[in-house]
Design a protein around this ligand. Structure first.
Ligand SMILES: Cc1cc2nc3c(=O)[nH]c(=O)nc-3n(C[C@H](O)[C@H](O)[C@H](O)COP(=O)(O)OP(=O)(O)OC[C@H]3O[C@@H](n4cnc5c(N)ncnc54)[C@H](O)[C@@H]3O)c2cc1C
Length: 399
């Protein structure tokens, strides 16, 4: 620990207690004592009137030494109703790359689900799967997830730990980071290894999407990050790939609370936006909530889903769950049709990985055309009905 109390000098005045943001200073037998919560922020050092709290030279080197004892890349493979979520395969894609760059192994953690699902994780790139097949994981519940993941990390010491920025990942992952006393970068859009230091470069938008920040966690391990679904591409699937499945016991885990029932949200959305292969999205350019009925007709003909910009959501034209972008959903469909959307950076970060982008906008200088594969300059109320008519004609549907 890089900070210590000199008990000879400490007079027990308790001045230092309130200076610690981590509750790491406590009184023991009339003297200040630093416990295991200390993060070496050294806020207490200048507060002590006796100069009894001292920063030890070489503390940083000690921490760095500890960091080198952590090896391997881990991804958390979440499952719902016994099926591994697609974000897990995306994490395996980026995890494989990071592990190869570090010349280390890639492990997946699967809590619940069957061994067949664990085997799938190997085929998608994992070298090893820690599988806990216990009924406590049937429904998602923070406590057992936090407990088991934290104890596995303490035992095996991975250097990198990734999870999906899904409702499950967002719920329990920060608690794991807090328990392990390490950092966590949420919603990364890119991850890479610093060739010089081997540290994880955790890249994500910051300051309202105006800059891309690269965040480092150089002195603590594991380096933890979440990634939204559809941000990373899946790796290669190899039917013949072999790996190790390690059975993990969760027998001792006794949650204090019990999930009685899980109720699924009833959505008007015909297709889940993040799973949709085609998305027809509308923005302020629709001018009216009724414009979404037109987009719904086009999406219905294409077997797709309806998305929107934040401006349309803020105007109350469509519910928030349709919003694409930095503060909405990240999508990566085969075709994204943006109708009356200008292409603000906060919208682009949520859809620019789409395979094909078709932009319909009456302003030829709209920034959306910078990312569009095909641009249609004109009034969406002329172009969209034309597209609907042509599709119907092509399919022989009565107009
Ligand atoms: C912290 C923060 C987070 C944000 N998060 C998000 C987010 O998650 N998602 C998001 O979308 N935005 C987000 N925004 C808002 C973002 O900055 C933009 O304000 C928003 O995306 C603009 O929406 P828009 O393109 O629909 O509207 P506008 O920018 O007003 O663009 C409307 C476009 O429609 C065109 N148009 C008008 N009439 C027609 C017509 N008849 N036919 C064809 N084209 C027409 C216009 O030429 C114009 O280009 C965020 C902003 C901040 C600060």
């Amino acid at each position: 620990m890089p900070v210590v109390v000199d008990s000879e000098r400490c007079k027990g005045c308790e001045e230092c207690l309130s200076s610690c943001p981590f509750d790491a200073l406590v009184m023991r037998e009339g003297k200040a004592h630093i416990n295991e919560y200390c993060q070496a922020c050294v806020a207490c050092v200048s507060v002590c009137p006796e100069g009894a709290i001292i920063e030890i030279e070489g503390g940083a080197e000690e921490a760095a030494h500890d960091v080198r004892r952590y090896k391997g890349v881990w991804i958390f493979a979440e499952q719902r109703e016994g099926k591994v979520a697609s974000v897990a395969f995306e994490l395996l894609g980026i995890g494989r790359k990071l592990a190869d760059d570090l010349a280390t192994s890639l492990s997946a953690l699967l809590f619940g689900a069957s061994e067949k699902e664990a085997e799938e994780l190997i085929k998608w790139g994992a070298d090893r799967v820690f599988h806990a097949a216990h009924p406590v994981f049937e429904h998602f519940h923070d406590e057992p997830y936090v407990h088991l993941l934290s104890s596995l990390v303490k035992e095996h010491r991975p250097e990198i730990l990734l999870a999906g920025a899904t409702p499950i990942g967002r719920s329990f992952f920060p608690r794991v980071a807090a328990r392990l006393r390490t950092g966590l970068t949420a919603d990364c859009t890119s991850l890479a290894i610093d060739a010089e230091t081997g540290n994880l470069l955790q890249i994500r938008p910051a300051f309202g999407g105006n800059i891309m920040a690269t965040i480092l966690c150089p002195r603590h391990r594991p380096q933890m990050a979440t990634v939204r679904p559809r941000v990373m591409k899946r790796g290669a699937y190899d039917e013949g790939r072999r790996g190790e499945i390690v059975a993990v016991s969760a027998d001792g885990i006794q949650p204090r609370t019990k999930v009685l029932q899980s109720v699924k949200e009833v959505s008007e959305c015909m297709v889940n936006l993040q799973e949709a292969e085609i998305i027809v999205s509308g923005g302020r350019g629709l001018g009216d909530p009724k414009g979404f009925a037109l987009l719904q007709e086009l999406a219905g003909l294409l077997g797709g889903a309806v998305g929107s910009s934040r401006a349309a959501v803020d105007a109350g034209w469509i519910p928030y769950r349709h919003q694409v972008g930095q503060t909405g959903k990240t999508v990566c469909p085969k075709i994204y049709i943006a109708c009356g959307i200008s292409g603000a950076v906060q919208h682009l970060v949520g859809m620019q990985s789409s395979d094909v982008i078709i932009a319909i906008n009456k302003n030829p200088d709209a920034p959306i055309f910078n990312v569009a594969t095909y641009g249609l300059v004109g009034d969406l109320y002329e172009i969209v009905p034309l597209l609907i008519r042509k599709i119907k004609e092509h399919r022989g549907i009565a107009q």
